[in-house]
Design a protein around this ligand. Structure first.
Ligand SMILES: Cc1ncc(COP(=O)(O)O)c(C=O)c1O
Length: 407
């Protein structure tokens, strides 16, 4: 920046420094940068990289949903700014869906808001609820935004290992007993990204009791609500008695409905928390493209069979990948839900660390995965593989990994 005593002439060629805000400077370096760069280089060289790095569905949404979008696109009314909390029929549809799937009753006017994906809703909720001096407990290994949204809001983060849910609850209680001021927010995320950890309803019953005892708020990121295997139905936090008194839950059309690029999700639950998010959003955005909202209504009304088909497909992919890896001698557990395989790095390669191991699979095997370290220290020693490619490509990925590890 210029100082007042400088003269104009010397300003001309002097380097101009942009002093970004502390909230940006506080963020840690982006750990996937090296991997993304190598992926791009391999592709530029003509390599057919099998990309299992991100939970970004490769299949299109059900045709009914896209057809409705096309129709809504032709209606001039839908091109204006929409309402920032989502159109009434959409919020009503979300409430109906919660009732149908989880027996949860929601007031669509005060207890539901539409978001530009669940990530936006989660992030802005942190901004609406937290500030300097406030602390959030987040699951570890950590889906990055669970920590960064708290940091961007000026809050502090405590990461607790979530892979044993009962121990997580005990550690939440212990932390609340010993930290002063007490944590203000506890983040839940089941099915968990990246570890695939799942819970039953009694976990949330207990979490609500703790929230009431220690006075914390709950943010439940339920992004993988729709993707449970072998009849497992991930439970909703909101279905626990008293949940609406203490928290909200975020759901999304990105995963089960394969609408990730459409940017539509929801926050539902405690009306004061929903209102706080609505206030922030009212200032920051003008809502989701209305044609997308209308198509999302059709999705929730008619596309349950398509979601079931997607889940079946993910189960087949999971089997192709996990069975394949087990066959080549890499012992990997099968997740019960979600879109990821959380693979412990084979003993003989563990010392190199997850980032270098992921770089090796990419450089020598043309398979891109996420290193566990990208999810914090608790993720070290693991890789996360997204089951977003088809079965044939996943079998090919296993062959390429096998060649790379034996080579
Ligand atoms: C745990 C979790 N929450 C939120 C998101 C973001 O979802 P959305 O597309 O709804 O913003 C993801 C996407 O990968 C996720 O894994």
């Amino acid at each position: 920046m210029r100082s007042e005593s400088d003269t104009d002439v010397s300003f001309e060629d002097a380097p101009f420094d942009i002093p970004v805000a502390d909230r940006v400077r506080r963020l840690p370096p982006y750990l996937f940068g090296k991997i993304n760069k190598l992926k791009l280089e391999r592709r530029r060289l003509g390599a057919d990289v099998i990309d299992l790095g991100m939970g970004n569905p490769t299949d299109p949404p059900d045709a009914q949903i896209s057809d409705k979008l096309k129709e809504a696109l032709l209606d001039p009314k839908n091109h204006r700014y929409s309402v920032s909390n989502g159109i009434e029929n959409l919020r009503r549809e979300v409430a109906k869906r919660y009732d149908r799937k989880y027996g949860v009753s929601l007031n669509p006017d005060s207890e539901v808001i539409a978001c530009l994906g669940s990530k936006e809703g989660f992030s802005h909720s942190c901004l609406a609820l937290m500030g300097p001096g406030d602390t959030a407990i987040v699951p570890a290994p950590t889906f990055p935004i669970h920590a960064y949204a708290v940091m961007l809001a000026g809050g502090n983060v405590i990461q607790l290992d979530v892979r044993d849910p009962a121990a997580y609850l005990e550690n939440v209680a212990y932390t609340c007993e010993h930290l002063f001021p007490r944590p203000k927010v506890v983040v839940a995320n089941f099915p968990h990204n990246p570890s695939g950890t799942t819970v039953e309803q009694d976990f949330f019953d207990e979490l609500v009791k703790l929230a009431k005892r220690f006075g914390f708020l709950v943010l439940s990121d339920f992004a993988y609500a729709d993707i449970g295997f072998e009849g497992y139905q991930p439970p909703s936090f909101l279905a626990s008695k008293g949940a609406k008194d203490v928290g909200v839950e975020f759901t999304t059309m990105s995963k089960g409905y394969s609408m990730a690029g459409w940017r539509i999700g929801f926050c539902a639950g405690n009306p004061q928390m929903v209102r706080a998010l609505a206030t922030i959003k009212g200032y920051y955005d003008y809502g989701i493209f209305q044609a997308v909202q209308i198509a999302a209504i059709i999705a929730m009304r008619h596309a349950d069979p398509a979601v079931a088909a997607v889940v079946k497909e993910y189960a087949k992919r999971r089997d192709a990948l996990v069975d394949g890896l087990n066959r080549i001698g890499w012992d990997v557990p099968k997740p019960k839900a979600g879109m990821f395989v959380w693979a412990p790095i084979p003993e003989e390669h563990r010392a190199m660390g997850s980032i270098d191991f992921a770089l090796k699979l990419l450089a020598e095997g043309d398979v891109a995965v996420s290193p566990g370290r990208g999810f914090g220290e608790e993720g070290e020693g693991f890789l996360r593989l997204a089951i977003v490619e088809n079965e044939q490509r996943l079998r090919q990925a296993v062959r390429q990994i096998d060649r790379c590890l034996k080579g």
